[in-house]
Design a protein around this ligand. Structure first.
Ligand code: BGC
Length: 742
């Protein structure tokens, strides 16, 4: 077998030039494909999993046999140098053509060194830091034999009930698109053939984040305008940034499952956007078209998936089992199989796998790359930069190292497990992670620290309350570290109740009752917007640290003690209660908005039992210093279609501490041929100002920034009046306008 393979390769080298490893990958792919049988081409479209991790049903396979027979193109959840070498060896040395395997894994917010969950990192509004986190993730993952991450998740979501909101950048299309590009750049670098860069994968295509009622995998119905204006742009941004792969989603969209959706996969992705990479299904999402009621059986699902443009079947086994028959029966065109195979091989060529299939497999690199001190330092910085100071009554924060005694109370104070959050790849939950307790121990002497766990995250057992209350009474100040468990967000973790889970809210209330005049800070770990309507009254400060990762406790302590001035801002709205959901900043006005002059007026678009406004708005986040915005200027109040205007403002740090500010540009298109959101983020800059310092921040606006899809799905701008503001959150009143003229 081996000799035959070598003979075929020599022939290929002779006739087609394979082996003259230039950059002309397309020609090399064509050459290779001339040697392949239909069955071998189909083999490239098949992906199965190793046994390391599992996120869905395991479909019975014999991996070794499939690889040897040329019936597998990629694997997920198989990594480590040892694991990938053994598998790659079978592919390269024992299969007829020796085509190397592609190894993919969910490296979502770090591989070994874990960064804050993605929703947390988004709150840093720091594209450089996000890109750096992905660069580090790629370094660590590639050093363990991985070529491909199933990240970034660029699903816009306005659904706090949906557990996977934790994996994305939040509710905004503009910010989400910028962040999406940063992820792709970080993972893929500037040269995929380097052994420390990996393929990125934009997922889940598309509109998965709009699941009905926030229930995972649920139905999505939306007009094409909303799809194109809100849910598609972050995916388009990844294509512009050169993303190599896409993942089709689990959900149906307007009656058509997205893993069998010709319109989104062939017409938009390949047609309109000219995407050259390949599409992998989500885990058995092709098979799931049967229970969706869209395919009559697995064979039918394989037909629909391939015809719609899903190039690789993750875990489903239906391409392997049925594509050959479907081609022979004339139900799937061989040209589609060729196209899918070509795209997959092209990615392998770009990674340099044909030159050296073992190039990512290096024991020494594996050993020396994980948890490098510089990676851990960066993780600490990102943890601090991602935390959002939601409330700071009585200047409860920062804490002082000279306070006599501080009580740290709650189930997450000493936690090293949940702190990594969901989808934490191979992050070590048993020893590497720095808890909040360890973090604060860098700042306080042991005799200044009091501790009580108080309760568990979910259990109803109140037996620890007494000790917690007694500890709280002995302290000068109190810090509660509470929140969700890591498994309460992420995939298949939707919630109908957005409160801090279990009996933790009861404990908060009791601690306040026992200490009516002490400063109480709540440090929150969670993977979604939480309903804090009660807690805002019981505690002074609230610091949202999400699940902050391996160095989370250290980064959190840096913020608590003022060594890092918090600068994170929410990228998702925090509602007052679950009944307000969906609630997001860039909603529409309705025909009956609540009049400012008479908020109580009847028959307006409101609730009778809660305000329309959320508890914390998109873009909100406090600092230990204060910033004032003054001197707003527009270079002109007329913008032409081909021209540009500049909006600028002076920001002054008027407080007593140096700090970062996220400066946000918002626009409102007052009248459109289709109604436009009440405000839309169109730019942002994160600046650093020393205390007392001022800086002028400018944004350039051109007609391109104001384009949208109209009801004929034409992308363009419409002349008219636009309101404009530069602000520190999405909560402001517009005071300025400009005119877009033809
Ligand atoms: C998830 C994907 C993930 C895949 C592979 C699926 O269940 O939806 O996001 O990449 O599993 O683990």
């Amino acid at each position: 077998m081996k000799n035959l393979k070598q003979a075929l390769f020599s022939l290929a080298v002779f006739f087609y030039g394979i082996g003259s490893w230039g950059q002309n990958y397309e020609a090399q792919v064509d050459s290779l494909m001339k040697l392949m049988t239909l069955q071998e081409k189909i083999g490239q479209t098949v992906m199965y999993g190793g046994s390391w991790d599992q996120t869905g049903p395991i479909v019975g396979t014999d991996n070794g046999k499939l690889i040897r027979e040329g019936n597998m193109g990629g694997m997920l959840n198989a990594f480590t140098v040892k694991g990938t070498r053994d598998l790659q060896k079978v592919a390269v040395e024992e299969s007829r053509l020796g085509i190397p395997l592609l190894f993919g894994y969910d490296v979502i917010h770090g591989h070994r060194t874990i960064f804050p969950i993605n929703l947390g990192m988004a709150a840093s509004w720091d594209l450089n830091l996000i890109e750096e986190s992905c660069r580090i993730a790629a370094e660590e993952a590639s050093a363990e034999g991985l070529h491909w991450t199933f990240s970034p998740m660029v699903d816009v979501s306005r659904e706090p009930r949906w557990g996977r909101i934790s994996e994305g950048a939040g509710e905004d299309v503009f910010l989400g698109s910028e962040i999406a590009k940063a992820y792709v750049k970080g993972y893929q670098g500037d040269d995929l053939s380097k052994s420390n860069t990996i393929l990125a994968c934009a997922k889940h295509y598309v509109a998965y984040g709009a699941a009905q009622a926030g229930r995972d995998y649920h139905t999505v119905n939306m007009g094409e305008g909303e799809l194109r204006n809100v849910f598609l742009p972050p995916f388009k941004a990844t294509v512009d940034a050169g993303v190599e792969t896409f993942m089709s989603a689990f959900n149906e969209l307007n009656g058509v499952p997205t893993s069998g959706n010709k319109f989104t996969l062939r017409d938009i992705l390949r047609g309109e956007w000219d995407f050259k990479g390949f599409v992998v299904s989500d885990y058995t999402s092709i098979n799931e078209m049967v229970p969706h009621g869209f395919a009559k059986d697995d064979k039918d699902a394989a037909r629909i998936g391939m015809n719609a443009g899903v190039d690789m079947d993750m875990m489903g086994g239906v391409y392997k089992d049925y594509l050959k028959d479907l081609v022979e029966e004339g139900k799937v065109s061989e040209a589609y199989i060729d196209d899918a195979c070509r795209r997959i091989l092209l990615a392998k060529f770009k990674l340099g796998l044909f030159e050296d299939p073992y190039r990512y497999i290096d024991e020494q690199r594996e050993e020396t790359t994980k948890y490098k001190p510089e990676f851990l330092n960066k993780a600490r910085e990102i943890a601090a930069a991602s935390s959002v100071l939601l409330q700071n009554k009585n200047n409860a924060l920062p804490l002082s190292t000279s306070t006599k005694k501080i009580a740290f109370i709650g189930p997450l104070v000493k936690d090293e497990y949940d702190i990594l959050g969901n989808w934490a790849a191979k992050g070590d939950r048993q020893g590497k992670a720095v808890s909040v307790f360890e973090g604060i121990s860098e700042y306080l002497k042991p005799n200044q620290i009091l501790y009580a766990k108080g309760c568990e995250i979910l259990k109803a057992d109140t037996s620890g309350f007494e000790e917690a209350i007694s500890v709280s009474k002995k302290a000068d100040e109190i810090v509660l570290v509470m929140g969700e468990g890591h498994h309460m967000s992420g995939e298949a973790a939707s919630r109908t109740n957005l409160k801090i889970p279990g009996i933790q809210p009861q404990l908060i209330r009791k601690i306040r009752e026992a200490n009516p005049h002490k400063k109480i800070t709540l440090v929150l770990m969670n993977g979604r917007p939480i309903n804090l309507s009660d807690e805002v009254d019981f505690v002074d400060a609230i610091l949202e640290v999400w699940f902050p990762g391996t160095m989370g406790g250290a980064g959190t302590a840096d913020v608590l003690f003022g060594n890092y001035n918090p600068s994170g801002k929410l990228t998702v709205t925090f509602p007052r209660n679950v009944g307000q959901v969906p609630i997001y900043y860039n909603m529409k006005n309705t025909g009956r908005p609540i009049p400012e002059s008479n908020p109580g007026e009847d028959y307006k678009s409101n609730y009778i039992d809660a305000p329309n406004s959320p508890l914390f708005v998109f873009g909100h986040g406090l600092s230990y210093t204060t910033f004032t915005y003054s001197n707003f200027k527009l270079s002109s109040n007329k913008l032409t279609n081909s021209g540009a205007i500049t909006a600028s403002v002076t920001i002054t740090n008027t407080g007593n501490k140096d700090g970062h500010e996220v400066v946000q540009l918002y626009v409102h298109d007052k009248v459109g041929s289709v109604t436009r959101p009440v405000r839309e983020l169109k730019g942002f800059q994160k600046i650093f100002l020393k205390k007392g310092e001022s800086q002028t921040v400018s944004f350039t606006i051109s007609a391109d920034d104001l384009k949208f899809y109209n009801s004929d799905m034409v992308y363009g701008v419409e002349p008219g009046t636009f309101e404009i503001a530069i602000a520190s959150s999405s909560d402001f009143k517009f005071e300025n306008e400009f005119e877009l003229i033809d």
